[in-house]
Design a protein around this ligand. Sequence first.
Ligand SMILES: [Zn+2]
Length: 137
Amino acid sequence: MRPPRPALVICCKDYRYIQATQRFVRRQGVRWYDLKATAGGLRALQDAPPLVRRWIFKDVQLVYQLHGVRRIIIVQHQDCAAYGGAQAFDSLQEERQFHQRQFRRARRLLSRALAGVRVEGFFAHGAPGRLAFAALR
Ligand SMILES: [Zn+2]
């Protein structure tokens, strides 16, 4: 029997968010997933030096090819230290809009490079223990 196709979850490794992120992903009906958790979620894929960006992308490409990943779920979060924390933004709305733009860049990159991939994005915010996950579009 062929194993199920996993999704790929790309998120930040922040201990305040990573477990809630995985619970949220499972609540979306995702039973199997590979996990790419680095500081800032998308930060390394988009803003790191070229060698790092290439390595992150190769890692994503690997699960696309070997595991048949066709669904990528990106979860960014509020107060992410990799982006300067909440104090780098004037408001939660501005912070969310920033992550919206990060998500759109990533979606463009990933869907151009990996045929047939669906990319979804979410922004986790609120008090730890009572996080909300807003869809990024
Ligand atoms: Zn973070």
